[in-house]
Design a protein around this ligand. Sequence first.
Ligand code: FAD
Length: 401
Amino acid sequence: KSKPKIVILGAGYGGMIVAARLQKSTVVKDAEVTLVNKHNYHYQTTWLHEPAAGTMHHDQTRMKIDDVIDTKKINFIKDSVVEIKRDEKKVVLKDSVLDYDYLVLGLGSIPETFGIPGVQEHAFSIRSVNSVRLIKEHIDYQFASYNKQDEKFDETLTFVVAGAGFTGIEFVGEMTDRIPELCEEYDIPRDKVRLISVEAAPTALPGFDEELVEYAMNVLESRGVEFMINTPIKEVRENSVVLNDDSEIKTNTIVWTTGVRGNPVVDNSGFDAMRGRIKVTDDLRSPENDDIFVIGDCALIINEETERPYPPTAQIAIQQAYTTANNLKALVEGKKELETFKPDIKGTVASLGGKEAIGVVGKRKIYGNSASVVKKMIDNHYLFLLGGMPLVIKKGKLKMF
Ligand code: FAD
């Protein structure tokens, strides 16, 4: 009898942890496990605001997949997923087609543009190593070209970040660290540079504790950030952003961080989904297909306390990966009872650049330098889960204080 085929799509937080767990279990003997990813490396999405601003080299956020995954136990295929043909139990990749018995869908998300004109064409996004390297190079170029201009254009040194949610605030925080360095490097007075955070909602960091939001805004304002709250963006143009009241901010640089939607493969494959996210069953399967597990940003789960979806996070993706690895093992062993997923939210910490952060751990609010240390510990903890101490030493944030 041939071995069942397990195919994992996406080597992000979810997919990598499923693969790492399976590799340590008997599943790799009893089944044929394949991991598919666009690149031959895994990157840490939650760190990307740092290389985007240029405060960290992008190589620190990525690692070769075969440095962490034993490709003698798990097949790795570098290719892009195009579509899942559920009726035929096949995955169409750009260069080939794969059969599966069990599928894990962990392809992450893409920026939500809300159909606002010009975002796709003119805004940058914090999504992948390639997308953040481009932001960094673009910002450096603005500084490098400024002194060469005979007539000084405001848009060259005006940086707009759309969305003051978690990602937007973390990026703005890094920029407040980077801008003084760039000013020094390129002989530009700090007061020539504008960094503007534009948010449509009535508050920055919606969903965060009010006191912490105020703390964060004070820290960032003291470092020169201009907040425009309650300010929807109507259009993005090549050299400006148009606000709802038709006023315009001249800028060559707009970074779009207004939330995400599930990977387009979800919609392309005809799944029943909300903004590209599949509302999964208690054991993390697609309600339409009991051979497909959906984890991370492609999955939608409801917080019973608030009756609203949990925001997509790495924390949840990692926990879902543990449950999914256990459930795959159970299925391969012929068991029918699967584990139910229950998120265990340990807290949330947002960095504000430098040695500042805010967050909630358990029920406790934390801020300042101690929150920044906690943030680095969280980042290192993930590396530990994935590759133990050797990976923490190789890729971790070791300068804590
Ligand atoms: P990802 O980790 O994004 O991985 C998806 C993988 O799929 C990638 O490797 C990608 O290359 C691959 N892929 C995509 N499309 C294809 C395709 N068609 N074919 C093949 N491969 C493909 N969460 C937290 O819990 N805490 C935080 O502090 C936090 N901070 C964040 C900061 C930033 C700047 C950002 C952007 C996000 C942050 N998040 C945080 C959210 C977190 O990063 C996501 O929820 C998490 O990455 C989701 O994991 P995932 O496994 O679903 O997808």
